[in-house]
Structure formats: structure tokens, C-alpha cells
Design a protein around this ligand. Structure first.
Ligand code: MN
Length: 741
């Protein structure tokens, strides 16, 4: 039973005899490939103990039977040489040419692809990846032939390996064979795989088929004879074949569609093969004349072929014993296409016509698909079409084994954003196959891509916009920039707007929730943030916005001589200060602050709001510590104003010549990054600012808060400092802040 090397040689001789009859000019090259492979695999055996060369030899026969060319037959003979022996691609190219070498390499690549169980969509991507990796459809056909022979001899494998290969066959190879229209091989693959996966279910069906075959031993013979006689009598030349449906399709009907044996009408089928299309319809007429057709079971796949190019007339009729059976009528050409699909369209090359012709043949295939798309399942049609369109897609793996489909030329940036925008925004590098690659690395089908991310990145670079291939990645990068810029714009716009209002003597606390909608309508913005953002990027000047807001407030009666106390919650942290008569500031004092009606009293500056010359200020008479000076918009003023301490507020003002230096606090909010504090200190040094203290803390949301205590002369200098700090990379917001101690 087991083959020896002599047996394999003998098999090859009988094969090459058949091959030479069809293609005498290529016989020598095929023989050379056989001998080369046999020597390369010398001493190697299959699990069955048989010489290894029996496998490539058998695969070559299948490939030949499929109608493929000499290159494909040679590639089949050599398909395991690169993978399993020391021989290299270069050597095969030298001996047999680039065409054969590329086919062998393509099959080797597919062999190395790891298979793990996947969900439907992933499986579909995996199949597409196979197609994409193949580049040349002949690679897939040789690989399918390889798998077919391995499945035929799968008895030698261990049980787990058998199951794994059977599952892979069911999920990848059989659907691929179906898509390529190679139904003959598809059926065989499915039946062998089913036998491995559900041996009991398989046996139940084969047992039943055997039993029925006995019962109806003469049934098929009778009907073929009846039909043949009828056709001959009408001058139609035809060959008749009777077949029993293959096991897996019965299995599927019984288990997925819950049909009983008697509901499977195409269990038996008679195939009528004629010379031309006219005879197909003539034969159909004769069949319907002698048997009663079952209503709704006639299908004309000649006028409307299936997406995989299948063409035939199908009808189900009731035989004389009352048993229904299917009749398929087709021409020889249709028959060949039905059996070998795309391979049938691989017309044999005459040695002269090179790649250009094979390319044209592929185009022909696409064209015929396009012509037949009417009335076919559009999804199936599109995926079939993809076979020839795979050039513009790549399929790559995540480290977890998920397949991601990207356009050809896609980079790690596209990959990262295809997974999630957060992955892209945090990417600091990428690995392909474990090695670091550049951002502009061009991904290839089968690559395993790993994105390196960091919490400490400042996000994507603008340069990525030029590198990314997919609009998805580019949009996400742009969104990021827009969002970041927006936050900065809002902060800046708000500061400018409030400053402007203050200049006009309008308290921003008047913008309460009840008046906001109307005020915003006046400036044509939906929210305050939108208004701030627009001021920030220059869409509207702060002056114009503030003017309109003031006018609207006036119109609404909110701006009287004496502003009304609002009961609504203020949206800005300021409060109406008690109305006190204002007096002109007086002479120079030690503190730089003049306290109304009191000379030389003890003055201290509150640490909660750290007022500086230029700020509107108010004093609070403390118990025993003199007057404490606050900014009028200070939180504590708000708190104290509503208490029963109102009588202790006192008017204060800046002296004409205040002190040189005042201590104040700032807080910088910035995206977390390295060297942020260094950059802040550099900016302050260049502005010649005295820094009393600096501290930074990382917040949980990826932001840093840098607190500063600095010495400055007045509000003008403070604004200049804030403006400079705001320009530092990553800085989102700079606000005034009190300080401790
Ligand atoms: Mn193999």
C-alpha cells in the first residue's frame, strides 16, 4: 500500500506521458522540476513513511487536471522546496525562471500563514488576505491543490492536527475554491473536512446514501436511458452523467435548513452536456415533455450566470416512480467552467505570450463578471470581483491575530488609527514582525504590526498628515489638532473677552444662565465656549463681542446705574462687590495701596488672589492684622460679601507710585510631557521674572499643573508673562492662582 520511490517515479512517468500529449514543448522542463524536487527532498518522508516527493508529484497532477499551465505544474512540484530544504529562491529562479520561483515563493508564504479560529468577518478578511498575498491567482490554485492532497492523506495526522486542518479547510480553502468556481475540488475538500469534524454525522449520511443507492440501483440508470433515447430521437447529441449530491451539501441541508431526506430534491441529479446553447434549451424542452416539472424549481443560470461564472439550466422533475430529481443542462464549455472555475480560464500559454496576456486574461475574467452582475447577489459578486482587485488592498495582523484591511501603501499610522484614534494619538513608534519601523513603512499583506504607545506623548505630529494613506487616519489627526487648538482658543478668547468687558465696566457675572441664550443669539453663537473659541482664533474681535453683549444686556435692562443683584448662579467666578463711594487715590505708601480714610495702616495682600497693580481691589478690615487687600473678583470676596461681615469692607486703591514688586501666583495647565517645567523656566528667565517657587504635578487625565509664585510690577507685566507662557508647546491654559504659605 505504502508507496516506494520507485512507485512515485512510475506515477510520474505515466503523468508526464499525459502531460506531453497536451503540451509536448514543456515536458522537459516539467521533468527537470520533478527530478530537482525529488533530489531536494531525498531522504525526507511523509508521516505515512512514504517518500516526500509523492506529495508534490500528486499536487502537480491535481494542478494539471485543473487545466493550469506548465509553470503552475512546475511550481506544484517545487512547492515545498524553499520551505523544507536548503534550496533558495535564487536557485529556483536560476534553474526554472522568475515566474516559477515567484509561484513557489507565493505558496511558501501562504503555508507560513498562521491560522486560528476566527469570527465570520475576520475569516472573510483572512480569505481576502490569502488572495492579496498571492498576487498571482495561480498561487492560490496550487495552494488549494496542495491542501486537497494533504486532506486526502490526512489519515496519517494526529487527531488534533486533523481537526485543525479540517476546520481551516472548511473556513478558508473550500470557500476560496467556491469563489474561484472550482466546485469539483470544493466538494471534495468539504466532504473530507466534514469526515474529520463530524465523523458520526458523515457516516449517517453515507450509510443512508448507500442504502438508498441499493433501493434505487436502477432508478438513475432508468432515467438516464429514458432521457438519452428521447434526446436521440430529437437529434440532440448529448452526454449524460448521473450523480448523487455530495455529502456535505446534504449535511448542510439537513442540519442548517432542517430538511428531511425526502425534502432534498436534488439528491440525485442527471447532467446533460451538449454542444451549444440552443441544444441546452432544446434538451430542457424534451425533459419537461417526458417528466412533470416541479413548479418554482427551474433556474436559468445561462442567461443569468452565478457570480463565480457558473452557467447551466437547472430543473427539478418528478420521475416515473414519483421520486424527484434534478436535471442540469450545460455545454461542454460551461461544464469545464463549472468544474474548474477560474482555472478553466487560464488558457495555456504557448511559451511566447508572456505576462501581458495573462494580465489580459485576468481582465477578461473581471469583464465577464461585470457582464453577469445583473440579478446576482451583489455582495458575493463584489467579493468575487475582489480577486482581481486585490492589488489595492493589504491585509495585516494585530499582535492578537486580528486581520485589519487597509489600502495598498498604508503605513503604521493608518494601522494605528484603524484600531482606535486613541491608539493613533498616543503612538510613539511601530514594530513590524518585532522590528522597529519608520512611520512611513509601507505595510505588506501578512505583516504583524504592533503599535508602541505612550501616555507621555504630545499627540500626533502634523507631518503625519503627509504620511498617512487613509482619509480615516488623516481625519482623526486633523480632529485632534482642531480639538487641541480649540481648547487653547477658548482659554485665550475667554481671557480677552472678560478683559474687554471689564474695560467697559460690565461685570461678566451679569451673564447668568437666564440671559445667556438671548445674549449669545445676539453674537450668533450657540454656547459661550463657541464664542470664546471664535475670539481665540480671531473669528470675532473681543471688542465687537463685548460691545454686542453690553448692548444686549442694556436692552434687557440688566445694566442699570446700579447693577441688580442676580439670584441666578453666576457663570463666572466673580460677585457684585458692595457699592462703596470711590475716591481718588492718594500719595505714595509703603504697601503701594491707599486705604480710604486711614493713613499708614498695616496692609497685607491676600494670598488667595494675589492682587497686583492694575487689578480692581477692595480691602477687608481684619481683626488685629490691619487691612487685607483682595481682588474684587476674588472667591473669598464673594464668600465674605454674603456673610454678616459686610460692614468691614473698605475701599482701597493703588497708589500713584506703587512698589516695584508684588508677589503673585499663576497656574499653568498643560498636556503632560517631558521638559515642560524646563521650558516654563526658560521662558520666565528670558522675561527676567523673579520666580519664588515652582512646583508641578501630573494629573490623572494626562495633564500637568505647574504652579508658580513670581514677583512682578503690575497687571501689564503679568499679561505679557501669561501670553508668553501660553505659547509654550502643550500649554492649554494659564490662570492666576493664589499660593500657599
Ligand atoms: Mn505541500
Amino acid at each position: 500500500m505504502a508507496m516506494t520511490i520507485e512507485d512515485v517515479n512510475a506515477r510520474f512517468e505515466s503523468f508526464i506521458a499525459r502531460f506531453s500529449q497536451a503540451h509536448p514543448q514543456d515536458a522537459d522542463r516539467v521533468r527537470k522540476a520533478y527530478e530537482y524536487a525529488r533530489d531536494a527532498h531525498e531522504g525526507l518522508v511523509r508521516l505515512s513513511g512514504e517518500p516526500y516527493i509523492m506529495h508534490p508529484q500528486a499536487v502537480a497532477e491535481i494542478v494539471f487536471e485543473m487545466g493550469l499551465d506548465a509553470e503552475s505544474v512546475m511550481a506544484a512540484l517545487l512547492h515545498d522546496v524553499i520551505e523544507d530544504t536548503p534550496h533558495s529562491y535564487a536557485e529556483i529562479e536560476r534553474e526554472f525562471g522568475a515566474d516559477v520561483a515567484q509561484l513557489v515563493e507565493g505558496v511558501t508564504k501562504l503555508t507560513r500563514t498562521k491560522y486560528t479560529y476566527k469570527e465570520d468577518e475576520q475569516m472573510e478578511n483572512l480569505r481576502k488576505m490569502f488572495l492579496a498575498m498571492a498576487k498571482d491567482i495561480r498561487v492560490i490554485l496550487v495552494k488549494i491543490a496542495d491542501r486537497l492532497h494533504n486532506m486526502r492523506t490526512s489519515g496519517a495526522w494526529s487527531e488534533p492536527k486533523r481537526r485543525e486542518k479540517a476546520l481551516e479547510t472548511m473556513e478558508i480553502y473550500a470557500p476560496l475554491a467556491h469563489r474561484l468556481g472550482i466546485s469539483k475540488i470544493k466538494w471534495e475538500l468539504e466532504d473530507i473536512a466534514l469526515q474529520c469534524l463530524d465523523p458520526i454525522g458523515y457516516k449517517e449520511i453515507t450509510d443512508e446514501l448507500e442504502k438508498r443507492e441499493k433501493n434505487y440501483s436502477h432508478f438513475l440508470e432508468n432515467i438516464t436511458t429514458q432521457i438519452r433515447e428521447e434526446l436521440e430521437a430529437n437529434g440532440i447529441k448529448a452526454e449524460l452523467q448521473a450523480r448523487v449530491k455530495h455529502v456535505y451539501s446534504i449535511y448542510r441541508k439537513m442540519y442548517n435548513q432542517h430538511k428531511s431526506w425526502d425534502e432534498i430534491y436534488d439528491l440525485y441529479a442527471v447532467r446533460i452536456i451538449v454542444d451549444d446553447i440552443a441544444d441546452c434549451y432544446n434538451a430542457l424542452g424534451q425533459v419537461h415533455y417526458i417528466y412533470k416539472p416541479m413548479p418554482g424549481r427551474f433556474k436559468d443560470y445561462i442567461s443569468t450566470p452565478k457570480p463565480n461564472m457558473y452557467r447551466s439550466l437547472h430543473t427539478t422533475v418528478i420521475g416515473r416512480e414519483g421520486v424527484p430529481f434534478e436535471v442540469q443542462i450545460r455545454t461542454w464549455e460551461m461544464h469545464h467552467t463549472a468544474e474548474y472555475g477560474i482555472a478553466a480560464h487560464w488558457k495555456y500559454k504557448d511559451g511566447v505570450s508572456e505576462n501581458k496576456e495573462s494580465f489580459n486574461q485576468k481582465l477578461e475574467w473581471v469583464r465577464s463578471l461585470l457582464e453577469t452582475q445583473e440579478d446576482t447577489d451583489s455582495d458575493e459578486f463584489l467579493s468575487t470581483l475582489k480577486i482581481d482587485m486585490f492589488a489595492d488592498e493589504v491585509f495585516v495582523f494585530t499582535p492578537q491575530g486580528d486581520v485589519i484591511s487597509l489600502p495598498a501603501g498604508a503605513t503604521p499610522i493608518d494601522f494605528a488609527y484603524a484600531i482606535h484614534s486613541a491608539v493613533g494619538n498616543r503612538m510613539v513608534g511601530a514594530k513590524v514582525g518585532g522590528r522597529i519601523v519608520g512611520y512611513d513603512y509601507e505595510l505588506k499583506s501578512g505583516d504583524i504590526v504592533e503599535v508602541i504607545t505612550s501616555k507621555n506623548t504630545h499627540g500626533p505630529s502634523r507631518g503625519w498628515l503627509d504620511i498617512a494613506k487613509t482619509s480615516e487616519a488623516r481625519n482623526k489627526i486633523r480632529q485632534w489638532f482642531k480639538k487641541m487648538a480649540r481648547e487653547e482658543n477658548i482659554a485665550e478668547g475667554r481671557a480677552r473677552f472678560e478683559e474687554q468687558l471689564k474695560k467697559m465696566g460690565v461685570d461678566s457675572a451679569l451673564l447668568t444662565e437666564d440671559v445667556l441664550p438671548q445674549v449669545l443669539k445676539r453674537v450668533s453663537f450657540g454656547t459661550l465656549d463657541e464664542l470664546y473659541a471664535a475670539i481665540g482664533y480671531g473669528g470675532i474681535t473681543s471688542m465687537r463681542a463685548a460691545n454686542r453683549v453690553r448692548d444686549e444686556l442694556k436692552r434687557m435692562g440688566k445694566l442699570g446705574e446700579k447693577p441688580q443683584q442676580s439670584t441666578a448662579i453666576p457663570i463666572v467666578d466673580t460677585v457684585e462687590t458692595p457699592a462703596l463711594p470711590n475716591k481718588k487715590p492718594a500719595k505714595r505708601t509703603e504697601s503701594g495701596v491707599v486705604v480710604e480714610g486711614v493713613d499708614n495702616c498695616l496692609v497685607k495682600f491676600s494670598r488667595c488672589c494675589t492682587p497686583v497693580p492694575g487689578d480692581d481691589i477692595i480691602g477687608f478690615v481684619t481683626r488685629g492684622y490691619g487691612v487685607s487687600v483682595h481682588r474684587k473678583d476674588c472667591q473669598n470676596v464673594k464668600a465674605l460679601a454674603s456673610s454678616n461681615e459686610q460692614g468691614r469692607w473698605i475701599n482701597v486703591s493703588w497708589a500713584e507710585e506703587p512698589k516695584d514688586k508684588y508677589v503673585t501666583g499663576l497656574e499653568i495647565s498643560a498636556r503632560d510631557r517631558q521638559n515642560l517645567v524646563v521650558d516654563v523656566m526658560t521662558a520666565l528667565t528670558s522675561l527676567k521674572v523673579t520666580v519664588n517657587s515652582v512646583s508641578a504635578k501630573i494629573l490623572n487625565d494626562g495633564y500637568d499643573a505647574v504652579s508658580l509664585v513670581i514677583e512682578i510690577a503690575d497687571i501689564g507685566e503679568l499679561k505679557a508673562i501669561v501670553a508668553n507662557l501660553s505659547k509654550i508647546q502643550g500649554v492649554v491654559n494659564v490662570t492666576r492662582k493664589g499660593y500657599e504659605g
